[in-house]
Ligand binder design. Structure first.
Ligand SMILES: Nc1nc2c(ncn2[C@@H]2O[C@H](COP(=O)(O)OP(=O)(O)OP(=O)(O)O)[C@@H](O)[C@H]2O)c(=O)[nH]1
Ligand SMILES: [Mg+2]
Length: 452
């Protein structure tokens, strides 16, 4: 999609609209001449200078601005870069942008600045992705993860694995080049041990969803029988009446998704339709959606009305999994006769049940604390995170598969083994963008906003 990687491009780098400042960025070989055209004098590199910006033909003053001149290669894109810090607002920015277009510059496409930084070796692909993640970050954990990745944490882990592959490759190639020194089976056997460990590490990293969850949000579903208090708990946790609450069983139909931040992590909380047998079409569709959302969630909160006497609570049993959390709601009311049976069903869930009362202002404190502990256990700590998106995990799985194949059919043949190890290294190289196709790059950089 991007044409002419050598032309000079410009974009408004700050959000459009009325503001104190608006920053316009220019990158490419013509950047210096453009600055000269607008200001008549170039400030020293990387020093802020105040200049009058003048339209070169009409000589009209466009703004009194702060300008920065950052010659390549020591710039974000690696090219000559100019930044114009204008007074914010529509009239000033549009006059300056029109003038730049009039000088023959091209408006930048999404992510084009970062793509140029990548193409000039300023960032690798995972670092470039981290720039987009940092801009999109809402929560503290998203910010921390993006910053770590931007400063090379993923790159470091991946290049460590790649080094291990290259070492294995070197010993295999030595055996191929000097076949008399050793029996091929011995070489193959010696390369096996490090490759076995590596296949295990790659598989674990490919299956590690923590990075994705930090980026996209940890998904928690509220499930249970009608009237258990799911919608009341959602509203209580987010502090807003987002879902309708009534005493009518079967109130909620649509899945009501609400973002929430817990212990600095982005969480997506979903209230769902109460589960029960029903002949009513709309409710049945709601229940189908409830089950589907619960199925894909990272955690299900099983909400039970502890004052119930009947068997309604059983309807949720088949959506629950071992790590799920039993929430005994309506703690402000007396125990019902169903409670002992509920508790014994809850024994299978591994986590202690939590008491809650959605109508009591402090009634959700214990639940909130339990959720925070749970998210920290699931997303914090452990091995450093290598993969933060599907693209990474697919490539890691691919690398693991090549290593596995090297182990499987390479038992007696160093040459076959070496070929598979080389393919594994290529998969890792694609992760950081050492090898890649245009199509992949286009897809990645199109996710960015313009001006970045
Ligand atoms: N006493 C008491 N009443 C509660 C509590 N939580 C919810 N309720 C009441 O229980 C009724 C049902 O609450 P909802 O939050 O609509 O229940 P729900 O699980 O979303 O129900 P459906 O949407 O029908 O599946 C309402 O009248 C609430 O006011 C609680 O902790 N204590
Ligand atoms: Mg509801």
């Amino acid at each position: 999609m991007i044409t002419g990687a050598d032309d000079t491009i410009f974009a408004l780098a700050t959000a459009p609209g009325r503001a104190a400042l608006a920053v316009v960025r220019i990158t490419g070989p013509g950047a210096k001449e453009v600055l000269l055209n607008l200001t008549r004098s170039i400030p020293p590199p990387r020093y802020a200078a105040v200049r009058r910006l003048v339209e070169p033909v009409s000589r009209e003053t466009l703004d009194q601005a702060m300008v920065l001149w950052m010659p390549g290669p020591a710039s974000f894109t690696g090219e000559d870069v100019v930044e114009l810090h204008l007074h914010g607002g529509a009239a000033v920015t549009s006059a300056v942008l029109e003038t730049l277009a009039g000088l023959g510059l091209r408006p930048a496409g999404p992510g084009e600045f970062t793509r140029r930084a990548f193409e000039h070796g300023k960032l690798d692909l995972t670092e470039a992705e981290a720039v987009a993640d940092l801009i999109d970050a809402d929560s503290a954990a998203q910010r921390r993860q993006a910053l770590r990745q931007l400063t090379g944490s993923t790159t470091a882990v991946v290049s460590g694995w790649r080094t291990r592959l290259i070492e294995a490759l070197a010993s295999l190639e030595a055996a191929i080049d000097f076949p008399d020194e050793e029996l091929p089976t011995e070489v193959g056997a010696r390369a096996r041990r490090p490759l076995l460990a590596l296949a295990e590490d790659l598989r674990a990293a490919a299956a590690d969803l923590r990075g994705d969850r930090v980026r996209d949000g940890y998904r928690i579903a509220l499930v249970g029988a009608p009237n258990a208090g799911k919608s009341s708990i959602l509203n209580g946790l987010i502090g807003r009446e987002a879902a309708i609450v009534t005493e009518v069983a079967g109130t909620t139909r649509d899945v009501v998704e609400q973002p929430l931040e817990l212990s600095g992590y982005r969480v997506l909380l979903a209230d769902t339709a109460g589960l029960r047998e029903t002949g009513e079409r709309i409710e049945a569709e709601g229940i189908r959606r409830a089950r589907a959302w619960a199925e894909g969630a990272d955690l299900r909160l099983w909400i039970v009305d502890r004052s119930d006497d009947g068997e309604a609570w059983r309807s949720a049993l088949d959506v629950l999994r071992q790590g799920d959390l039993l929430v005994l709601n309506k703690a402000d009311r007396p125990e019902g006769s169903a409670l002992p049976a509920v508790m014994s069903a809850g024994d299978a869930l591994e986590w202690e049940p939590v008491d809650a009362s959605a109508i009591d202002p402090d009634g959700l404190t214990e639940l909130k604390a339990a959720l925070e502990r749970r998210i920290i256990r699931d997303l914090g700590g452990g091995e450093p995170i290598a993969a933060t998106r599907l693209r990474h995990r697919l490539l890691l799985a691919e690398a693991a598969e090549h290593v596995q194949r090297a182990l499987a059919d390479g038992l007696g043949d160093p040459e076959l083994m070496a070929e598979d190890v080389r393919l594994a290294a290529r998969s890792l190289e694609a992760m950081t963008g050492r090898v890649d196709t245009e199509a992949v790059l286009d897809a990645i950089f199109l996710e960015f906003c313009i001006g970045k």
